[in-house]
Each structure stands twice: as structure tokens, then as C-alpha cells.
Ligand binder design. Structure first.
Ligand SMILES: NC(=O)c1ccc[n+]([C@@H]2O[C@H](COP(=O)([O-])OP(=O)(O)OC[C@H]3O[C@@H](n4cnc5c(N)ncnc54)[C@H](OP(=O)(O)O)[C@@H]3O)[C@@H](O)[C@H]2O)c1
Length: 260
């Protein structure tokens, strides 16, 4: 798609799943791609599988260390003089009952999913404001639209993300800076496998919903289309997306069906 040619797109969580698939697609469409996550080896593997590996910068970041966000942004900007688009996608799941989830686990989930994403946006936005252009797409979740057993912390972190960026969009409404939230349904990635259990360890167990979800490369194509629309909050997935309006309209019935 022409809109990607020569754009510089920064993708966090680029070492796997949605971020990896998006990085591969954007790069194949001609974008200069900045690949970020913690695991440099995994980023190297993704780079080697890009159509244009020479049009990629590997920028390892750990969102838990979000006090470094300004340094990361300086490095990203230095590469090509600017960043046009940030796909703020990195995230971590949690799967444990609330009373078994320690404060430390809750803090970790919020540090990555909320504070890390927000700090990165806030470090990049001054450049966007000065140029009066730029685009941030943050990945939310349908889980941020309704509560579910064993997902309290994850859902709360995603709800916080959605409302933060909705507010930010209002603050920037008279500028050329575009802010969007894209909320996936069930996408075939390692998100459930990587989710923290009650001991703060990866769950290492997948859910049938995840396994039968939308393939990540299909998601990436829909994401690229969504980025070109002027809608603020876009949902991408399959029939599970119906849970959002169902919950909003008939919450009692929704939870009675969910508990069966
Ligand atoms: N798949 C779904 O069904 C689904 C549904 C709703 C929302 N989402 C959201 O989609 C986003 C992408 O997840 P995914 O499904 O692609 O899962 P994934 O395969 O587990 O990918 C998560 C990515 O986040 C990175 N990451 C984790 N912790 C990080 C940290 N501290 N600092 C920097 N990067 C970190 C991981 O890389 P490293 O391990 O290399 O750091 C990885 O690249 C997440 O925000 C997730 O919540 C997914």
C-alpha cells in the first residue's frame, strides 16, 4: 500500500505474534521498520525474515524500564530523522484469581501494558507536536471492555489504556496527529502461553479460543487498513467481537451465559 512506502514505523512487541506479523507486512509494503521488544535474538530472527532486512532497525526495549523512554525515542528518531507511526503493541497477559494475584504481579502488568505504553507515547509526542503530524496506534483488547474471572488485572490494564488514549485523542483533536486504539478479539499468538500465572510465571497453556483465533498475518492486514481510517477505536477479530455490544446492552444475560 502506497501509504507505507518510505514511512518510518516503530513496532513494539515485534519479536512475536501481532507485532511480528505487522512488522513483516509494513516492511514488505516499503516501510522502514523499527523493531522493539526485550529479546534481541528474537528480533534478529524477525529481521532475517523481513522482505527488506536492510530497512530495519533493532531497538531492544524493556517497557518495565519506562523511565528510559526518552532515550529509546532519541535512538528511534536518530535513525532516519523522524518516526511517522508508532504501533504500541507490546503487552503481557495475566491469568489468576484476584485474591491469588500479588501486588507485584499487578504492578508488572500495569508497568508494561499501561505505564510503558503511555511513557513511550509521551516521549514521542513532543516530536509529533512540533511537526504537527504523526500517528500512534495502541493495541487494546476486547478484554478491556468487560470484566472476566481470572483476568481482572489484564482487563483493568487494557481498560486504562483505552480510556487514556481516548482522552489523549481529545487533547490532540485540533492537530494532524492521529491517535487510534485497535482492540483484538482472539488472535493466534503466544499471548495466553506468555500470560503470568498466580506465581508470576508464564502460564504455558493455551486456550482453544486462542488456538482457533484469527491468524496473526490476517490481523496485520486488517490493522493496516484500520490505520488508514479515521475511526478511533477499531475491533479486529471474529464472532467473539459480538461480546462487546452484548455486554454493553445485556450485562446480566451476558454474565449468565459466560458462567455456563
Ligand atoms: N492475541 C490475542 O488474542 C490478543 C487479544 C487482545 C489483545 N492482545 C494484545 O496484543 C498485543 C500483542 O500480543 P500478542 O498477542 O502478539 O502476544 P505475544 O506473542 O505474547 O507478543 C507480546 C509481545 O510483547 C513483547 N513484550 C512483552 N513484555 C515486554 C516488555 N516488558 N517490554 C517490551 N516488550 C515486551 C514480547 O516480546 P519480548 O518477550 O521479546 O519482550 C512480544 O513481542 C498485546 O498488547 C496483547 O495484550 C492480543
Amino acid at each position: 500500500m502506497d501509504r507505507m512506502i518510505s514511512k518510518t514505523v516503530w513496532i513494539t512487541g515485534a519479536s512475536s505474534g501481532i507485532g511480528e506479523a505487522s512488522a513483516k507486512l509494513f516492511n514488505a509494503e516499503g516501510a522502514y521498520t523499527i523493531l522493539s521488544s526485550r529479546n534481541l535474538e528474537a528480533l534478529r530472527r524477525v529481521q532475517s525474515e523481513l522482505k527488506h532486512p536492510d530497512k530495519a532497525l533493532l531497538l531492544p526495549i524493556d517497557l518495565e524500564r519506562y523511565e528510559l523512554a526518552e532515550e529509546w525515542v532519541s535512538l528511534a528518531i536518530k535513525w532516519r530523522g523522524s518516526v511517522d507511526i508508532l504501533l504500541s503493541n507490546a503487552g503481557l497477559g495475566q491469568f489468576s484469581r484476584s485474591l491469588e494475584t500479588s501486588n507485584a504481579i499487578e504492578r508488572r502488568i500495569f508497568d508494561i501494558n499501561y505505564h510503558g505504553n503511555v511513557a513511550l507515547s509521551k516521549a514521542l509526542l513532543p516530536y509529533f507536536v512540533e511537526a504537527n503530524k504523526g500517528q500512534i496506534i495502541v493495541i487494546g483488547s476486547i478484554a478491556g471492555k468487560f470484566g472476566q474471572a481470572k483476568l481482572a488485572t489484564y482487563s483493568a490494564s487494557k481498560a486504562a489504556v483505552i480510556l487514556y488514549y481516548e482522552s489523549l485523542r481529545q487533547e490532540l483533536k485540533d492537530t494532524e496527529i492521529k491517535i487510534q486504539v485497535v482492540s483484538p478479539g482472539f488472535i493466534q499468538t503466544s499471548v495466553t502461553l506468555n500470560s503470568l500465572d498466580k506465581n508470576g510465571q508464564p502460564l504455558n497453556k493455551n486456550s482453544p479460543a486462542q488456538e482457533n483465533g484469527m491468524p496473526a498475518d490476517v490481523f496485520a492486514k486488517k490493522l493496516m487498513k484500520a490505520m488508514q481510517s479515521n475511526r478511533f477505536h477499531i475491533y479486529i477479530g471474529r464472532k467473539e467481537l459480538l461480546a462487546v455490544p452484548f455486554h454493553a446492552l445485556l450485562p446480566k444475560l451476558f454474565y449468565s451465559i459466560l458462567s455456563k
